[in-house]
Every structure is written in structure tokens, then in C-alpha cells.
Write a protein that binds this ligand. Structure first.
Ligand code: YRO
Length: 311
């Protein structure tokens, strides 16, 4: 089959393919991040969201595989910001995206000041699913707080920056969030993070399947594909063309990738399916996408990106 050129650019970064890991999967250690860089058909690597200090995360079991996806409450286990800044500042064969997450609002500002002052010139992605003050929803579900945070960040931050968003479920929320995001020189959004606070139960033991948070955890995998597609399309319809979109959520096949691209995704990342299948998945997705494109006579993603048709 004819090889299709899947390279794509975001800000100053040239990715040799559209595929990335979803942050949290295959990106905790240097070994895992190198594996993403060195694997066939990957565009690069996104780091596990870094907090200022190293963290063990929540007690186990904190991840559980479901029939049609996954549930997790990892609790941000990571090696700490200096470890990931050191990794991305080194030369690699493919671009990196440094994901950062504050456990409180002041962390976000502190982390971005440190990146601004560092030698790193590549992409950063701020995970907006970080906790807010007690009694308020996560930052990305608090529109005023998101606006205030981005205003403060862009008063000093001049390097390429995107945001990781949780899924939204109301069209007015898409309008409100897009209006806020369009005020800032964001390189990209990454949509979606896991679908928050699902629950699963083992009927033999009558127990929840993960230990933290009485079993509540973020959902990923096939079951969230329609939610992910809706978020990619809704934001592509509303955001400035200069803001690119990384589509994340529910990808296990080339057909799923094709749908994300039809909705307007510029790149596509894989979480749950990458965890289950390993980095070989990116060759398979590339082959399956290539087959679909060949059947349709498409020679480039630009032939169909964002061109999903209404009924
Ligand atoms: O538990 C996690 O480390 C986690 N899991 C996800 O599915 N998405 C995330 O963004 C994170 C890290 C951030 C937070 C949910 C713990 C605040």
C-alpha cells in the first residue's frame, strides 16, 4: 500500500505523525517516554502531568479495565516537574509536549514561570482538571476561574502553550469555554480528559473496583468515543483556526482515528488502548487509517479533516 505522509506541525514543533500517547499512559519514566519516541508511527510523546514535587499517587488498585474501557483514580503519580523538564529539554528524535498540573492554583503559575525561565522552547500543555478551592468544581468546570488563570498566565508566558480539557456535555458550555479560550494565544487544546467520576462494581464481591475515592474514577476507552468526538467537533466549530486540536478519547482502531479527524482533530492521542496493546498500536492504527483512506481515494488528511457532513 502507498505510504501516506502523516506529518503535522503545531507551533514550532514538527511531528512526523499525528499520533501521540494520552498523558498518563506510557509516559511516567524516561524508559516509557523513550519507547514512545522510538516506536514506529508515533508523532512524539506527551509527559505524565508533572506536579512541582514527585508523588506516589493513590493507593492500589487505582486502575481497572472494563469491558468497554477503563476507570482510574491514579492521583497524579509522577516523578516531579524537574524530571520531566530535564527530559523535554534534551534533544529527541521527535517532539515532546510537557504536561503540567497544579494541585492548587498557585502551582500552575509557579510551574509556568519555571518553564518560561528555562531553556525549554517546545510545547507545554496545562492540565485544567486540577483541583480548585474546596467546594468548587475542577478548574475547567469553573469558567471564571479558567479565564482568570489564563489571563494571569499570558501576562508573563510567551512560549507555546495549550490546555487539556475535560469533556463538556452542554452546548452552552462549549460556547462559554470557546469564548474564553479564543481570548488567548493558545497553540492547541487537547480534548478530552477522562469522563469524570464514573463507578463500577464487581457483583461477586459487591465491591467497587478501585480503592481511591470510594470507587469513583475517570472513564476512558471505547465507551467515551462519542463524547470525545462531540467535544472535538464542538470546539472545532467554535475555536479560532489558529488553535489546533488534539483529539483524545476512545481510539482503538483506524476507523476511530478517521472519525476524530473528520471532526477536525489535528492530532490524535491514545490512552486506554495504548495501555492494553502497547506502542505497537500506532503501526496498526496507521495501517488501518491508510486502508480507509485508500478505499475512499484520499491521499492526504487535508482531503477530509473537519469535513464531517450533517445528515
Ligand atoms: O488520576 C490521575 O492521575 C489522572 N487521571 C486522569 O484520567 N486524568 C487526569 O488528568 C489525572 C491527573 C489529574 C487529577 C485528575 C488527579 C487531578
Amino acid at each position: 500500500m502507498m505510504a501516506i505522509d502523516f506529518k503535522t506541525t503545531m507551533a514550532n514543533a514538527e511531528f512526523p505523525s499525528i499520533f501521540l500517547n494520552a498523558s498518563g499512559v506510557n509516559c511516567m519514566t524516561v524508559t516509557e517516554m523513550d519507547e514512545m519516541i522510538n516506536a514506529a508511527c508515533t508523532g512524539g510523546v506527551v509527559t505524565k502531568s508533572a506536579t512541582p514535587q514527585q508523588r506516589e499517587g493513590n493507593p492500589q488498585p487505582r486502575y481497572y479495565q472494563l469491558e468497554h474501557g477503563s476507570i482510574n483514580s491514579m492521583g497524579l503519580p509522577n516523578e516531579g516537574f524537574p524530571y520531566y523538564l530535564d527530559y523535554v529539554t534534551k534533544e529527541h528524535a521527535k517532539p515532546t509536549i510537557l504536561s503540567v498540573a497544579g494541585l492548587k492554583m498557585s502551582d500552575n503559575i509557579e510551574l509556568l514561570h519555571k518553564i518560561q525561565a528555562s531553556d525549554y522552547t517546545g510545547l507545554t500543555e496545562l492540565n485544567l482538571s486540577c483541583p480548585n478551592v474546596i467546594g468548587k468544581p475542577q478548574v475547567a468546570y469553573d469558567f471564571e476561574e479558567t479565564d482568570a488563570l489564563l489571563a494571569e498566565i499570558f501576562s508573563f508566558y510567551t512560549k507555546p502553550l495549550g490546555v487539556k480539557l475535560p469533556p463538556y456535555f452542554d452546548l452552552v458550555h462549549f460556547d462559554q469555554m470557546a469564548t474564553i479560550l479564543n481570548k488567548y494565544p493558545l497553540t492547541h487544546i487537547n480534548t478530552v480528559n477522562s469522563v469524570g467520576n464514573g463507578l463500577w462494581i464487581d457483583i461477586d464481591t459487591e465491591k467497587v473496583v478501585i480503592k481511591p475515592k470510594q470507587g469513583f474514577g475517570g472513564l476512558g476507552g471505547t465507551m467515551i468515543l462519542p463524547t470525545a468526538l462531540a467535544n472535538v467537533r464542538a470546539f472545532r466549530q467554535r475555536l479560532n483556526p489558529s488553535i489546533k486540536i488534539i483529539g483524545t478519547g476512545g481510539v482503538t482502531s483506524g476507523a476511530d482515528v478517521f472519525m476524530h479527524l473528520l471532526c477536525g482533530a489535528d492530532m490524535v492521542s491514545v490512552g486506554t488502548a495504548l495501555l492494553h496493546e502497547g506502542v505497537g498500536i500506532f503501526q496498526r492504527l496507521t495501517d488501518e487509517l491508510t486502508t480507509i483512506m485508500a478505499e475512499k481515494g484520499y491521499t492526504s488528511i487535508e482531503d477530509f479533516r473537519g469535513k464531517v457532513q450533517d445528515f
